[in-house]
Unconditional design. Sequence first.
Length: 261
Amino acid sequence: MTQKLSPIDTAKRVAAYRAAEMVEDGMRVGLGTGSTAAWLVRRLGERVKNEGLKIRGVPTSTATAQLAREVGIEVVSLDQAGWLDLTIDGADEFDGELNLIKGGGAALLQEKIVATASDLMVVIADAGKEVETLGAFPLPIEVIPFGWQTTRTLVEELLDSMDVLGTSATLRMNGEAPTVTDEGNHILDLHLQRIGNPRQLALALNQIPGVVENGLFIDICDKVVIGFGDGRVELRDINEGTIQLDRLGEGDDNLFSDLAD
Ligand SMILES: O=C(CO)[C@H](O)[C@H](O)COP(=O)(O)O
């Protein structure tokens, strides 16, 4: 018996399934990290198994690498792939210009490297991730462990001079210990509430020596596939500037037998 999904999981799943249809035979595909991206990876695994789809996947975290292998996707490193046709990943927030906050799953560094090395970056997200102005979700930045408290002071001083509402930075914890990323670094979450100029902030943060990368993805994302709790899917495309409304797979038992009403 299949388990009924919550509206939010339904939304994540339909977005991921629609984006999975963009993947074609022979593609080198960047595989994102997080719960929405996990739906994508599992769906691509089904396509590999059922349709004989041949792809090479470049995961953006050890967690995604493990899942991709489990579902039968050929996993290669970014350097083995060289360049990617497409990357599909989740996001924590996206705005009207398809700028993003990412890093809720602490994988922002590999995610940004992989997305930047792709012809096309497609974000998959539930509708609740859309915002007018970025910043309600705390902005993650990856910092090296050496001197991280000094780095935090420098970051907070910078934030004082920027067009943001909040200025506090907290060290992300994993139980009693600081979170350690796949690259062996820590994450600071910046509680900004509202980011007036994301482009300027992204550039300024990366000028601080202890900051490895920040979770603002500016001019990187090309399309967002937005899923809704009732199974609707909407596509935003920055290049064409058009909004397409699309209902995915009604009547397809394979896709929808366990979706929420
Ligand atoms: O940036 C990310 C991981 O670093 C994720 O894509 C982001 O946190 C969204 O996660 P989810 O799909 O679980 O809501």
